[in-house]
Design a protein around this ligand. Structure first.
Ligand code: TYD
Ligand code: MG
Length: 454
């Protein structure tokens, strides 16, 4: 029997009948690898004439009690999970190698075990002795966590069936190897099979299963993207290498809000919670300087103040550079175009660099006005009034649009000692914020009022 080859993308899981350099589905390069299809899977067989069992259908209005949750006591983690760990759930924690996933999960496992969950930590990356040493260094040596160093899916499942844990951590899903799947560990079909078995274990036995996944584009290692739709919750652990801040972000959560963040700091003694991220992100800020603007943002349910930094300089190249860290590059291009077309401020012939201080990634359109302010301030070499926060969305016409949660943003700014805010007209500041508000209708007014230019 001739075997038909199958190829799939390690980044998004799209399946192809032949190899190509670029995945049409997600646009990534060099991510398509040969894959052995699961020819014995149930989908490949016809269901035949045998009848199934009729299902019991229920009404939408049936009573549903909220799932019982267990809190780890690590507030930043519990909030991101939606208020604690839910039984019979599968969670994927993705992140770059070395960012601190194993550290976070060892700390979480110890705390959940302390809170009464029977916890098993399976590592395919480190020996048990190594994990024990790390636990001791983190001061968690006495936590009632059961350890195993294993990679065989069959052995792991047999152990779990016997142990009946409430919480299982698998570090990492790429190292787990199913002997019934004919491809290398870390390949898309292996990762998919392992994730499938482990999530169905969670559903069957009512355990919470946390899968760790490395995000990497290189080699044969499958990105955890293929696992994302199989699990209930997807968390990403992010941060810049040179910074000590780490952000745990929920991008999907069947049991809580998505887009919630938890902020941690990597210290010599493991990850420490950062309960007031604004203070941390603004901590290195000196006197007001050209190009620096404080943005009052909302991350998840929490206001977070961050510093936007811009640098604008004449370019030595024929094509000026546009470099962005922590924000969206195409959104920057849009703001530059609006400044040029609506306010007559050209950036041609100028290199533009934009950086969100502290290594956090901002995706809110509410940051538009803060970015525009930082760009103008850098270009005009004049700083914004001291102790001012800025937020607002900019439309292509140059109009400023009010954004949600104005009151929360202003309150956080006031709490941190800011005295004035530049915001779009028409927002609902609600109550008395105590800040001096400058409310503006469009970007031209902003340029005129604040910089006396335009
Ligand atoms: P690790 O949790 O192994 O990362 P991952 O599992 O995501 O690959 O953490 C790796 C880095 O964290 C390592 O370079 C050292 C640093 N680290 C600390 O700074 N302090 C600590 O207490 C620990 C345990 C690790
Ligand atoms: Mg690790």
């Amino acid at each position: 029997m001739a075997k038909t080859a199958s190829f799939s993308c390690t980044a998004c899981g799209a399946v192809y009948s032949k190899w190509s350099g670029r995945c049409d589905a997600c646009g990534e390069w060099n991510t398509i690898v040969e894959d052995t299809p699961l020819s014995t899977g149930p989908a490949s067989k016809s269901l035949g004439a045998k009848r199934g069992t009729a299902l019991t259908l229920t009404d939408l209005s049936a009573e549903e009690t909220p799932p019982p949750r267990t809190q780890s006591g690590i507030a930043e983690l519990d909030r991101v999970l939606g208020g604690g760990m839910v039984p019979a759930s599968a969670i994927l924690v993705g992140g770059d190698p070395g960012i601190g996933k194993s550290t976070l999960l060892l700390q979480a496992a110890a705390r959940f075990a302390g809170a009464g969950l029977k916890t098993v930590y399976v590592s395919g990356e480190e020996a048990s002795a190594q994990i024990r040493m790390r636990a001791q260094r983190l001061g968690l040596g006495d936590a009632p966590v059961k350890l195993a160093a294993a990679t065989s899916l069959r052995d792991i499942l047999t152990t779990l069936e016997a142990e009946k844990p409430d919480l299982v951590v698998i570090d990492s899903i790429q190292t787990v190897w199913a002997d019934n799947v004919d491809s290398a560990p870390g390949s898309v079909s292996q990762v998919r099979a392992a994730a499938h078995e482990l999530t169905s274990f969670a559903k069957r036995k009512g355990a919470s299963v946390i899968l760790v996944g490395h995000v990497t584009k290189e080699g044969q290692i499958a990105g955890p993207r293929v696992v994302e739709h199989m699990v209930d919750t997807v968390l990403y652990f992010e941060g810049e290498r040179g910074h000590q801040f780490r952000i745990l972000r929920s991008v999907k959560n069947r049991f809580g809000p998505a887009d919630e963040i938890g902020v941690f700091e990597m210290t010599g003694g493991g990850l420490a919670e950062v309960l007031n991220p604004s203070e941390l992100f603004l901590s290195g800020r000196g006197d007001p300087a050209p190009g620096s603007v404080v943005f009052a943002g909302i991350e998840g349910t929490r206001p977070v103040l961050v510093e936007m930094q811009a640098l604008v300089a004449p370019t030595p190249h024929s094509q000026p550079r546009r470099a962005v860290v922590g924000w969206d590059g195409s959104r920057l291009a849009m703001i530059l175009a609006v400044l040029e077309a609506r306010c007559g401020i050209p950036f041609a012939g100028l290199d533009v660099y934009l950086n969100v201080a502290g290594g956090i990634k901002i995706s809110e359109p509410a940051a538009d006005l803060a970015v525009a302010a930082a760009l103008l301030s850098a270009r005009e070499d004049s700083s914004l009034p001291a102790e001012t926060v800025v937020f607002g969305e900019i439309s292509l016409s140059g109009a400023l649009r009010p954004v949600g949660q104005t009151e929360n943003r202003l309150k956080e700014a006031q709490k941190l000692g800011f005295t004035s805010a530049i915001v779009p007209a028409g927002g609902k500041p609600g109550g008395k914020s105590g800040l001096t508000l400058t409310q503006l209708g469009d970007l031209t007014a902003f340029v005129g009022d604040i910089f006396g230019a335009g």
